[in-house]
Write a protein that binds this ligand. Structure first.
Ligand code: UGA
Ligand code: MN
Length: 297
C-alpha cells in the first residue's frame, strides 16, 4: 500500500513541478504597459466636458422615513452625470438638518431651497410639490436673467422617488426647446409614451385621460433653459389645476405638441420609471427613544 502511494507520488511530482514553474514565470512577467494618454488628448478632456450644456434637475422633497434613502439613490445616479446641477427644494418652513447634511456630502453641485406647501393644499387628491417646483424655476430664472443669451442648459423635474437611467441624461442633453420620452410604470400601465410619426409627436399612448393636451408625466419631459427664460411667467398653477393636469397645464404655457422633440429612439425606449416607494412599517418602533445612541436614518 505504502509503495503504491510512493510510486503515485513520484509519478506526479515532475508534473507538479512543471505547473509551479509555469505559474511562477507568469507572475514574474512584467505588468502590462498602459500607454499614457498623449498630452494633447488630456488637455482636450476638460474643455469638452465644460462645453456640455448643464442639466438642472429640480427635485421637490419632503420629510418622511424614507427620505434619506430616496435622496441617496438619486445622488448616486446624479453624481455620474456630467454637468448636472441639482436643485433640491424642501417642502418645509426651513431647511432641515438632515437634508443640509446630505447636500454637504452629496458630491455634486447642489442648490438647497425650501418652501412649505400651505396647509390647505396638503390634502389627498390635490397636486403635490407645486410651490417647490416654482421655487426651483424662480431660482433658475433669477440666476440667469441678467446674463446675455444664448444660455445653454436643460431643465427637468426629477421627483425623489423615481428611477433614472444614465442614458436618459444623454438624451435630454440635446433638448432645443421641449423634449419628450416614454415613462415606465405610470398611468395604470406598464408605460406611457408619446406616439411619434415622421419624427413628430402626433398623440399619446396612455391609460389615463388621453384627452389631456400633453398626456405626459412630470418625468417624461425636459425644457431648454432658453425656453424657461423667454417664458418668464410660465409656472405651475394651483388655481384651477386638477390632479394630474399639472404637467399639461405647464407645457401649454411654453410649447405646442407640434414643437415637441421626441427622444429615446422616437419614444420607443423606457429610460425612466415612475417607481413609488412602499410606506414603511414602523409598527414596532418604541413610543419613547429606547436606544443608547441617536441615529439619523
Ligand atoms: C405624480 C406625478 O408623477 C408627480 O410629478 C406629481 O407631482 C404628483 O403625482 C402629484 O400628485 O402632484 P406621485 O408619485 O403620485 O407622482 O407623487 P409623489 O412622488 O408622492 O410626489 C411628487 C414629488 O413631490 C416627490 O418628489 C415628493 O418628494 C414631492 N412631495 C410630495 C412634496 O414635496 N411634498 C409632499 O407633500 C408630497
Ligand atoms: Mn412619485
Amino acid at each position: 500500500m505504502k509503495s503504491l502511494l510512493l510510486s503515485r507520488f513520484l509519478l506526479l511530482l515532475p508534473w507538479g513541478l512543471i505547473v509551479i514553474l509555469l505559474l511562477d514565470t507568469d507572475s514574474s512577467r512584467a505588468p502590462p504597459v498602459i500607454p499614457a494618454r498623449p498630452p494633447q488628448q488630456q488637455q482636450q478632456a476638460t474643455p469638452r466636458r465644460s462645453a456640455l450644456p448643464p442639466i438642472y434637475a429640480i427635485t421637490p422633497t419632503y420629510s418622511r422615513p424614507v427620505q434619506k434613502a430616496e435622496l441617496t439613490r438619486l445622488a448616486n445616479t446624479f453624481r455620474q452625470v456630467a454637468r448636472l446641477h441639482w436643485i433640491l427644494v424642501e417642502d418645509a418652513a426651513r431647511r432641515s438638518e438632515l437634508v443640509s447634511r446630505f447636500v454637504a456630502r452629496a458630491g455634486l453641485p447642489c442648490t438647497h431651497l425650501h418652501v412649505p406647501t400651505p396647509r390647505r393644499y396638503k390634502r389627498p387628491g390635490l397636486p403635490r410639490a407645486t410651490e417647490q417646483r416654482n421655487a426651483g424655476l424662480a431660482w433658475l430664472r433669477q440666476r440667469h436673467q441678467h446674463l446675455p443669451p444664448p444660455q445653454p442648459g436643460v431643465l427637468f423635474f426629477a421627483d425623489d422617488d423615481n428611477t433614472y437611467s444614465l442614458e436618459l441624461f444623454e438624451e435630454m442633453r440635446t433638448t432645443r426647446t421641449v423634449s419628450v420620452w416614454p415613462v415606465g410604470l405610470v398611468g395604470g400601465r406598464r408605460y406611457e409614451r408619446p406616439i411619434v410619426e415622421n419624427g413628430k409627436v402626433v398623440g399619446w399612448y396612455t391609460g389615463w385621460r388621453g384627452d389631456r393636451p400633453f398626456a405626459i408625466d412630470m418625468a417624461g419631459f425636459a425644457v431648454s433653459l432658453q425656453v424657461i427664460l423667454s417664458n418668464p411667467k410660465a409656472v405651475f398653477k394651483r388655481r384651477g389645476s386638477q390632479p394630474g393636469m399639472q404637467e399639461s397645464d405647464f407645457l401649454k404655457q411654453i410649447t405646442t405638441v407640434e414643437e415637441l422633440e421626441p427622444k429615446a429612439n422616437n419614444c420607443t425606449k423606457v429610460l425612466v420609471w415612475h417607481t413609488r416607494t412602499e410606506k414603511v412599517n414602523l409598527g414596532n418602533e418604541p413610543k419613547y427613544h429606547l436606544d443608547t445612541v441617536k441615529i439619523e436614518v
